[in-house]
Design a protein around this ligand. Structure first.
Ligand code: NAP
Length: 568
């Protein structure tokens, strides 16, 4: 049976709940979970119970009726005796719920009630047959992964009256998703297993891959009933939940933070357009090397995950390269550009371990600068950039990719940064790295290399350049310098008429820098172009197919806030 999407909602008033359930149905949900405990707030028990029965009876979708007690993280303050009485009434009603969710802890606390509930379900079965209400026996841990997780599963399995087992716990890291999948692999009856928090998203989206009965979703981003629930729209449209199956390949973006990355939007759209059986997810991994190392090892070791590719972003680009160099248990191929850059942003896995998988590490940021720049100039990179005076603004990761790519294409590069020391270090790194690796497999051909030096940022107006590449966050939406430009008017005025201004900032696509350059008739390259190019190279490495670049660009522009869409 395919996994279902269940929209979970806290019910405050019956008619509003029914309207929300109708919307859930229209957006593609199969099931709705009514958290009915909220109906008792300020109501007497009788009024609350009547409202519960009304909601279940009017539900436009099959439903799970849940009335969570306070001792299990819910809002129901009454005793279990009355709560089980409510369940009995629902089960016996003309339009009973498809499921009721009862906590394993509640059954343990009240063995007498367990017998009553079982009798009510049996009685309903006699009259309703297959339409009878089914019992979900649940365990939750909102704080952590329980240390005795698998014993908890065994306890649940020992309860014969449970039709469905449910275990949900808060993930501490991505690695906890693997426990969820292993737990599902041991199921002896329909099972719901989920990890909460943003690190648990894998367990929610990949439920169909590992045979989970259902996954929970919210109707709106702010209306989740548990941490980390995606919206039903994201599940269906962004993550293509209906297409996920046991053979689906997993991809994702590893970084910290990654919640606002647009990479899931473009890669999932690309997979859909090319009919590639893959899903791409945000994968937050805490900043330290130890976290990246442990997470990557766990994900790579778990074959059934079918991990096929990763985008890797701040702060793990260096860590990925280090992992590839230090891990001797797999066959790694480090692309020369990644080796020379000292950072990598892509992992592509081909084949399986049994047939000798190859783990390829790449840097697609470098060609994502030189490619669009050469296109803007209208020639091949070396012809376009050879001998040109290129000013790179900033000395971070993007600046390193830009400076390396331009240097190796033969340009005369000057790195400008507010920290003269960082600028010099970057320039020296690139020049020396290239010299050190001269004649090695990773070395750039000597004839193509240009020159590189460094200056403080305030020297930019006095240093004529044919091309400027902004690699600082100045002009970025939401940043401290959102309305500022990294270049003075004097620096732009000193550019030749065929000068090019490249802003790597992509939100907004039209930055103050690009607007000022456009006014002067200079050629522009925006950060969307770079973003799309680095993603397109990843997509090609993963699928072997050319990326739908125009689709990527459209998806990025549509995903940015509406008032930021004016294009440079
Ligand atoms: P990073 O490693 O943090 O480097 C940022 C650099 O900008 C540092 O050298 C920093 O100087 C400098 N900087 C920051 N604020 C500044 C200011 N107010 N004035 C002068 N310099 C300033 O970040 P990154 O990864 O290189 O990313 C930089 C920008 O590139 C991002 O904002 C992003 O928009 C863009 N980017 C775009 C793409 C794309 O695909 N389009 C990809 C990667 C990055 P200090 O060293 O002194 O702090």
């Amino acid at each position: 049976m395919p996994s279902m999407i269940c929209v979970a909602m806290l019910v405050d008033e019956p008619s509003r709940a029914i309207a929300a359930a109708e919307r859930a149905r229209d957006e593609g949900a199969d099931l709705v979970e009514y958290r009915l405990d909220t109906l008792f707030a300020g109501e007497g028990d009788d009024a609350g119970a009547a409202a519960c029965l009304e909601v279940v009876a009017r539900s436009p979708l099959p439903c799970i009726a849940t009335c969570r007690p306070v001792y299990e993280g819910g809002g129901y303050e009454g005793d279990d005796e009355s709560r089980f009485g409510l369940f009995e009434a629902m089960i016996a009603a003309d339009r009973p719920p498809r499921y009721i969710d009862v906590e394993a802890r509640a059954l343990r606390r009240a063995p007498g009630l367990r017998a009553r509930l079982a009798a009510a379900i049996r009685a309903a079965a006699a009259s309703a047959g297959d339409d009878r209400t089914r019992l979900i026996l649940s365990r939750h841990d909102f704080d952590r992964r329980p240390p005795d997780l698998f014993r908890q599963l065994a306890d649940l399995r020992a309860q014969p009256e449970a039709d469905v087992l449910k275990i949900a716990f808060r993930a501490r890291s991505l690695r906890d998703n693997i426990d969820v999948f292993e737990l599902l692999g041991e199921r002896d009856r329909p099972t719901i297993a989920l990890a909460m928090a943003d690190t648990g998203l894998l367990s929610r989206v990949l439920a169909p891959k590992f045979g989970g009965l259902l996954t929970f979703a919210s109707l709106d981003a702010g209306a989740a009933t548990a941490e980390g629930q995606p919206t039903v729209r994201d599940l269906v449209e962004l993550y293509r939940f209906r297409d996920v199956d046991p053979a689906t390949f997993l991809y994702g973006v590893v970084g910290w933070p990654v919640a606002h990355s647009l990479s899931p939007n473009i890669h999932n759209a690309g997979f859909e357009a090319l009919n590639h059986n893959g899903v791409y997810l945000p994968m937050p991994v805490a900043p330290e090397w130890e976290h990246l190392k442990a997470t990557l090892a766990t994900l790579l070791d778990f074959g059934p995950l079918h991990l096929a590719g990763l985008s890797v972003t701040i702060p793990h680009k260096q860590h990925l390269l280090r992992f590839a160099k230090e891990d001797h248990t797999r066959r790694w191929l480090i692309d020369p550009v990644a080796e020379r850059a000292g950072v990598a942003n892509t992992l592509a896995i081909s084949g399986t371990d049994s047939e000798g998988a190859v783990y390829r590490v790449m840097n697609t940021d470098v060609p994502a600068v030189t490619g669009p720049l050469a296109e803007a100039i209208g020639a091949e990179p070396n012809a376009a950039l050879g001998g040109r005076r290129i000013g790179v603004l900033g000395a971070g990761g993007a600046a390193r990719a830009a400076a390396l790519g331009c240097f190796e294409a033969g340009a005369a590069v000057t790195v400008f940064a507010r920290s003269a020391e960082r600028a010099h270090r970057l320039a020296e790194d690139i020049a020396q790295g290239s010299m050190l690796r001269l004649g090695t497999a990773a070395g750039a051909p000597p004839e193509s290399r240009g020159r590189i030096d460094a200056k403080p940022l305030d020297a930019v107006s006095k240093t004529p350049c044919d091309v400027f590449i902004n690699c600082t966050p100045i002009g970025m939406s939401g940043g401290d310098d959102e309305h500022a430009s990294p270049l003075t008017d004097a620096a732009l005025d000193a550019m030749p008429p065929d000068g090019v201004v490249f802003d790597t900032v992509y939100n907004p696509p039209s930055t103050p820098l690009l607007r000022a350059a456009r006014q002067r008739g200079l050629t522009l390259v925006d950060g969307v172009e770079m973003f799309v190019h680095q993603a397109a190279a990843q997509f090609h490495a993963w699928t072997g197919q050319p990326a739908p670049v125009r689709l990527f660009r459209r998806v990025v522009l549509e995903s940015l806030p509406p008032d930021e869409r004016e294009h440079a």
